[in-house]
Write a protein that binds this ligand. Sequence first.
Ligand code: THU
Length: 132
Amino acid sequence: MTLEEHARAARLQAYVEYSGFAVGCALETEDGAIITGCNIENASYGATICAERVALVKAVSEGHRRFRRLVICTEAAKHSTPCGLCRQALSEFCGPELAIMLCSATPGKLPTQSYRFGDLYPHPFDRASLAQ
Ligand code: THU
């Protein structure tokens, strides 16, 4: 299965009772493992977690800390990039060369778009920011 296919399969597990907006993603580690995530909503709204952070916390909790590619898939009419909270969370473990690929849940609906993480999030708050 390709990384895109893993992201599409993960999207089918999305729990989207409130927005109906299902997101799936697949994170590829430096050693080739694939960790998936989907968004999981909550009646409180604020306790909702995005697909990207689900994949990231699953990966880190299983001992993975270095990543090569992240594929995100939705059924939206226009591709959307990861939210600010997910960009900041990813920046803790992913360098500017991480490839972020946006694909459609329906193959061929939209062309896949690729970004370099450093272009999407050029100035993360990082450990150097804590220096006083
Ligand atoms: N969502 C994600 O899973 N990833 C993003 O990058 C943006 C938004 C989810 C959160 C919520 O469940 C739904 O999409 C609508 O915001």
